[in-house]
Design a protein around this ligand. Structure first.
Ligand SMILES: NC(=O)c1ccc[n+]([C@@H]2O[C@H](COP(=O)([O-])OP(=O)(O)OC[C@H]3O[C@@H](n4cnc5c(N)ncnc54)[C@H](OP(=O)(O)O)[C@@H]3O)[C@@H](O)[C@H]2O)c1
Length: 304
């Protein structure tokens, strides 16, 4: 076997962070850009260390230069990942495995359909990385993260990929679904609430109306939809939301930042996906739907 040639699509927060993790193992991945970037890229840590990344730059449109890799990590936002999956599915590839890092639902399912479920792996990344300057990213730390495939699809490379990225404090799980839905619960509360209330993550615990009413109801709906799809969450989602909101209280969520800087959010793949998955089973997730439309309204206000 032996995965040696690795490509990472997307030189944003996660792509840069995973490049750093591979550099620490003395590996130099290919980093795939949409356009030519001349500047060097740096990753900073909270302790003040700064690393200059090592990578081979490749342009996205040069498909044959990166679709020949053993492993391709798709480290873009969910809406871009959707287009990339379509581009890849129209080409013949030698890639042994694709790793996806997107939060929320739909991308992994879409990738499994179009690229073959035996080739698809998800890393559920519980680390925080953000761009703090032009070509400078800050890794603000993280904790236990998960790697695994969809149920029923056996990928022979999971252990090897786990070892490559073991610095992430990664645990291999047989079925990634329950962990995805647990993280979905956290994102479905913290992201839209902070974006709508224009506040830090701690608003979820400090504001009694959010903590005791909204957060509980959103989690109940997600548990119900997961249950209808035969998925049992590994922990109580509400307790997980409260734990993460406490732990990351001083941070601004990615959705808050997206709205603040007038960028498209990933709401379609988070609360929007909960609504969609509920309707497939005849269930109306009304609290999730309301948050979905409120964030969509904020997005629309931004581009109007
Ligand atoms: N940041 C975190 O802490 C974190 C943690 C866990 C999970 N996640 C998830 O990870 C995913 C990525 O998040 P992120 O924070 O890394 O986003 P990001 O900082 O916006 O980075 C995405 C990058 O992908 C690039 N890109 C998009 N389409 C491309 C293409 N076709 N070819 C090459 N590059 C392309 C973008 O390039 P341009 O600059 O040209 O737009 C951008 O640099 C999201 O789904 C997020 O939910 C993030």
């Amino acid at each position: 076997m032996g995965i040696r040639d690795i490509s990472i699509v997307g030189a944003g927060s996660v792509g840069v962070f995973l490049t750093y993790i591979l550099n620490k193992r003395s590996m130099t991945p290919k980093l795939i850009f949409r356009r030519n970037v001349e500047e060097r890229i740096f990753l900073k840590t909270l302790s003040g260390d700064e690393f200059q990344l090592r990578y081979k730059p490749i342009l996205y449109k040069d498909f044959n230069k990166w679709l020949s890799s053993d492993l391709v990590v798709i480290a873009t936002k969910a809406y871009d990942a959707e287009k990339i999956i379509d581009d890849i599915s129209n080409r013949s590839v030698d890639v042994k495995s694709f790793v996806f890092v997107q939060n929320g639902l739909k991308i992994l399912e879409n990738a499994a359909d179009k690229l073959g479920s035996e080739k698809i792996i998800q890393i559920l990344l519980n680390h925080g990385i953000a761009k703090v300057d032009k070509n400078v990213f800050l890794w603000s730390g993280g904790g236990r993260s998960y790697i695994g495939a969809l149920p029923g699809s056996s990928n022979p490379y999971v252990e090897e990929i786990h070892d490559l990225f073991s610095e992430l404090d990664l645990e291999v799980v047989n079925d990634i679904q329950p962990y995805r839905w647990l993280k979905l619960s956290v994102n479905a509360v913290i992201n839209p609430i902070t974006a709508i209330l224009e506040d830090k993550n701690r608003v979820v615990i400090d504001n009694i109306f959010v903590r005791e009413f909204l957060a509980r109801r959103i989690c109940k709906e997600i548990e119900a939809v997961a249950d209808l799809h035969g998925i049992n969450l590994p922990k109580d989602p509400y307790e997980e939301v409260i734990r993460v909101a406490k732990e990351t209280g001083n941070n601004y969520s990615s959705m808050y930042m997206d709205i603040r800087y007038c960028r498209r959010t990933e709401i379609d793949y988070i609360n929007g996906a909960v609504v969609e998955y509920g309707l497939r089973k005849g269930y109306k997730a009304l609290f999730n739907e309301t948050l979905y439309y409120l964030v969509k309204a904020k997005e629309a206000k931004c581009v109007a």
